[in-house]
Design a protein. Structure first.
Length: 368
């Protein structure tokens, strides 16, 4: 059995592939896993770390705004696309995979096209409610289309029924209860707020959270864990240097024990990346979502609205975000236990906790 994954550029495209690859290896230790990505992106680091064979092709997206600089960029992109198609086909002929699975990002385009041309079985997985350009382009070339969110189907023009699989998530998130997590953190029964903006951080979120911390400091009515990200840690600590923080407030640069913190949380404040939202639903967490406005097609906003429309989250767009609004939203939810319970239950109803198995079953079916 040889499964080849293609995708990359961001962790949201890479981690689902790695999660499914790990599940396949659990079921079939002798299975061969290969991955095609770009050598300058995150996949070039993450994939080899997992022990899988990594191959690279050079591909880049097009710039829509036609400035002299972007025209030069687009000429180079056209050239790279042509070369990538040739190299992808050559690699596939050499590797002879049984199935090729694309998880999004520009690099998956030439690989999946080449696989379809060579009559290799193919599938794509779309993580977001608003699908990416590459997956939309590939959707009617491949044998199976897998969607994490049913809302994405209306944004494709499909000639086949898609498979709703959910997003693969870290299995450790399923293995600890709230009470166990609070005990590990040394917390009592007071509510727990978890907030973060990603590994690099998000300046506007850090600023709003700092205001929230300042407005509640001295009350110790709840625990608060906040991950600033690498870029924002010093700035946030400096902004709060004039006060003595409550012992219940924990500001970290990075949250290394996310499984424990997520399990302990009563409410989570974060961005609206696809994998994060899948983790929130599986963990049954009420949330306040602040979609990043800096992503393609504003897809985080569409992701966030799937949870808001289901009654599992509140959404604050970054353009509207400030400390006062965030503080009011957090306090309104935390003070209403019935609302918290309803949001938690609504999140649970959206959860797909067997995405790895569903995707695995589709890959196996393609080989029959």
């Amino acid at each position: 059995m040889h499964i080849l994954f293609a995708g990359g550029g961001t962790a949201g495209h890479i981690n689902p592939a790695l999660a499914v690859a790990g599940y396949i290896k659990e079921k079939h230790p002798d299975a061969k896993i290969s991955y095609i990505g770009t050598k300058t992106k995150l996949e070039a680091k993450l994939v080899p770390e997992k022990g899988y064979d990594f191959y690279s092709i050079e591909v880049q997206g097009f710039q829509r705004k036609l400035t002299p600089k972007n025209i030069v960029h687009n000429v180079k992109a056209v050239y790279n696309a042509a070369v990538a198609s040739i190299k992808a086909e050559k690699l596939l002929k050499e590797l002879k995979p049984d199935v090729v699975v694309g998880t999004g990002g520009y690099v998956s385009g030439p690989v999946l096209k080449a696989a379809a041309k060579l009559k290799i079985k193919t599938a794509i997985h779309e993580q977001n409610a608003f699908p990416g350009v590459t997956n939309k382009m590939l959707s009617n070339m491949v044998d199976r289309v897998m969607l994490a969110m049913p809302e994405a189907e209306s944004r494709f023009k499909l000639n086949k029924k898609p498979d709703i699989t959910g997003n693969p998530i870290r299995t450790e998130l399923l293995n600890i209860s709230k009470s166990e997590a609070k005990a590990k953190l040394g917390f009592d029964e007071r509510p727990v707020i978890l907030s973060f903006g990603g590994s690099l951080g998000a300046r506007r979120i850090n600023e709003a959270v700092a205001e929230f911390i300042r407005s509640n400091n001295g009350k110790e009515e709840f625990y608060h864990i906040h991950g600033t990200g690498k870029v924002g840690y010093t700035a946030m600590c400096d902004s709060l240097a004039d006060i003595t923080l409550d012992k219940t407030t924990h500001i970290r640069e990075y949250i290394n024990d996310m499984d424990i913190c997520m399990a302990a949380a009563d409410i989570v404040i974060c961005r609206a990346g696809a994998i994060t939202l899948s983790e929130l639903t599986v963990c049954k967490k009420p949330s306040i979502l602040i979609p990043s406005p800096y992503v393609a097609e504003n897809h985080q906003y569409h992701n966030a609205m799937t949870l808001k429309n289901a009654g599992a989250a509140e959404v604050i767009e970054e353009k509207d975000l400030n400390g006062k609004i965030l503080t009011k939203t957090i306090n309104d939810i935390l003070k209403d236990k019935n609302r918290l319970n309803i949001m938690s239950e609504n999140a649970r109803k959206m959860a797909i906790d067997d995405a790895n198995r569903r995707i695995y079953d589709i890959i196996i079916a393609l080989m029959k």
